[in-house]
Design a protein around this ligand. Sequence first.
Ligand SMILES: Nc1ncnc2c1ncn2[C@@H]1O[C@H](COP(=O)(O)OP(=O)(O)OP(=O)(O)O)[C@@H](O)[C@H]1O
Length: 304
Amino acid sequence: MISVKGLSKRYGDHLAVDDLSLELRPGTVTGFLGPNGAGKSTTMRLILGLDRPTAGTATIGGLPYHRIRNPLRTVGALLDARATHPGRSGHAHLVALARSNGIARRRVTEVLETVGLAGAARKRAGTLSLGMSQRLGIAAALLGDPEVLMFDEPVNGLDPDGVRWVRGLMRSLADEGRTVFVSSHLMSEMQLTADHLVVIGKGRLIMDAPLAEVIAGSSLTAVIARSPHAGDLAARLRAAGIAVERLGENELVATGAPIDRVGDLAHEAGIRLHELRTRQASLEQAYQELTAASVEYGAGPVRG
Ligand SMILES: Nc1ncnc2c1ncn2[C@@H]1O[C@H](COP(=O)(O)OP(=O)(O)OP(=O)(O)O)[C@@H](O)[C@H]1O
């Protein structure tokens, strides 16, 4: 369990994290989203005690990071995949980490196999591709078999197979009851991986909700109805305060109401339906609506 209360971080006159409060639960993959510069990495660094907060607290299992007796056994993190000694092999890097944290050496072999790096373990870390470095960073995070895992952009540099593998890994770690906190800019991937989403913009919390709720809340999520009496249905739905747009003579789109409500209203009015379905927004679309006002480093208009 990660608990963040009133967390703020100021760099000079810039507030990178602004009064953030979160509870991240075990058994869940929580996706951490936000535009460039929103404060995701800073928040993760604060949770991991790599930076001191200006205000507020961050605890893991009830303790601030610096008070955790066996940190690597409690929380594993991948923040910067290139943060290994370039002249050391992946194997030597993990052995050193294991030794300094009282972790059995055989665990190194296990995690190297888990991340598919057993064959490349003797290569110097500096010669690994970005994707392999990511895998090595994930291996280091898994080394202490921790209950809490934090990954900053774990699929960065991975090929499609690697991306799929990370997705499966996150899922299985959460299914084992662990707390998984993962940031990514790949919305399509997050939509497949995360159960819960935390969205921040300019250091502030924008959304903290289950994935399904975020998608249902998008204005692009709608109910499509086809009926030989679409006009009557439109009138009935509008009278109930539901926004309706006609798609054609027999079809309409209703927004802001769940499919059950649209179906019930049609039934109550005795209106025959030939089709009733939900059109789901993608996470990408929902995310863009949520963050439109807080893109700090957006591109300006393209001039021709
Ligand atoms: N050590 C630092 N000194 C000064 N400013 C910093 C420092 N670290 C981060 N910042 C600033 O804090 C803000 C948040 O940065 P952060 O890296 O946490 O964002 P992010 O959401 O992880 O972005 P990205 O998606 O681009 O990785 C940015 O404006 C950044 O320039």
